[in-house]
Structures are given as C-alpha cells and as structure tokens.
Design a protein around this ligand. Structure first.
Ligand code: ZNH
Length: 145
C-alpha cells in the first residue's frame, strides 16, 4: 500500500513522462546493458550493437507496450497483484522470463525517467516511483510457480 503523498507522486511522474519513448529507451538499455536478455527477443531482428538495439523498431514498440502496461497499473495501486496475475502467468509459463529481469528493468526505467524529468525528479518522487516500480516487479513475479 502507498501513502497519499506517494500516490500523488506516482501519478505526477506518470503524467509528465513521454511513455512510449521512456519504454523504448528503457527496454533498449536493458538489452544493451544486460545482453543475456537478447535471448527473449530473438524475433526482433538486429540486436548486434547498442546502436542497433536503440534504433530497433521492434524494441521501441515493445518497450512502449510494456510502459503502457505500467501506466495502466498506476490506476490499480491498491491491487497490483491481482491486476498483474494473468500477465505474471504469461511471463512464467509462456515467455519463460526470469523474474530477476523485472528488477533490472524497473531500475532502468527509473534512470530513464530521471533523464527525462531532470531536476523535476525530486528524491521524494524518485522514492515513490521506485517503490511503485518495485511493487510492479513483485506483482509480476507472484504468479511464478
Ligand atoms: Zn514483458 C510481453 C508487460 C518486463 C519479456 N510484457 C509483454 C506484454 C506485456 C508485458 C503487457 C504483452 C503481453 C501480450 O501481448 O499478451 N513486461 C511487462 C511489464 C514488465 C515487463 C509491465 C515490467 C517489469 N518483459 C519484461 C522483461 C522482459 C520481458 C524484463 C525480458 C527481459 N514480455 C517479454 C517478452 C514478451 C513480453 C519476451 C513477448 C514479446 C513478443 O511480442 O514476442
């Protein structure tokens, strides 16, 4: 559960970032920083260099899709686990994504958010948004069994 202030900060951050761009950049950086994750995106074409990854249209589109899902989650702060139950099962049983990647990815999302918001990403906002992202990762990992 989140405090009133946290809820305010989370909505504030979400309302002030270009979601598509942040999503594409974050997923691109994940694949670049942790090349092991390339195994999940074999159908995405050229991932041979960070340059290629960051300009890969499929990476950009998929990152945007993932960030929109995170945006939807800002409307379900009280029940993130049930909100993500189906998606968690899909990542576990169909996509075989190691849940450790959720933490890596959400950490990168916070960095990219900071790049876009600059000084506006105050320590208080960062704390609230990272707490939210952490809960998203935990919720997505909940259906793994
Ligand atoms: Zn994921 C998919 C979300 C993370 C991998 N995803 C997906 C989708 C969504 C998501 C919504 C779609 C589904 C359908 O269509 O049904 N994710 C998400 C979120 C997150 C994530 C919210 C946060 C955290 N993922 C992730 C990671 C990874 C992944 C980290 C790795 C590394 N996903 C994935 C894949 C897929 C997905 C592989 C499939 C893709 C295609 O299309 O193929």
């Amino acid at each position: 559960t989140f405090t009133k202030d946290e809820v305010q900060h989370i909505h504030d951050v979400w309302g002030n970032i270009p979601a598509d761009q942040v999503g594409g950049e974050s997923l691109g950086r994940l694949i670049c920083v942790d090349p092991w994750t390339k195994r999940y995106f074999k159908s995405f074409g050229d991932l041979s260099s960070c340059e290629a990854i960051m300009h890969n249209a499929k990476v950009c589109a998929h990152g945007a899709k993932v960030l929109h899902s995170i945006g939807e989650a800002t409307q379900h702060l009280d029940n993130l686990k049930s909100y993500y139950a189906d998606l968690s099962a899909i990542h576990c049983k169909k996509l075989y994504v190691d849940p450790a990647n959720f933490k890596l990815f959400t950490g990168i999302v916070s960095i990219v958010v900071g790049m876009h918001l600059g000084e506006e990403y105050t320590p208080q906002k960062q704390a609230a948004f990272e707490n939210f992202l952490q809960h998203v990762g935990t919720a997505l990992a909940t259906g793994y069994h």
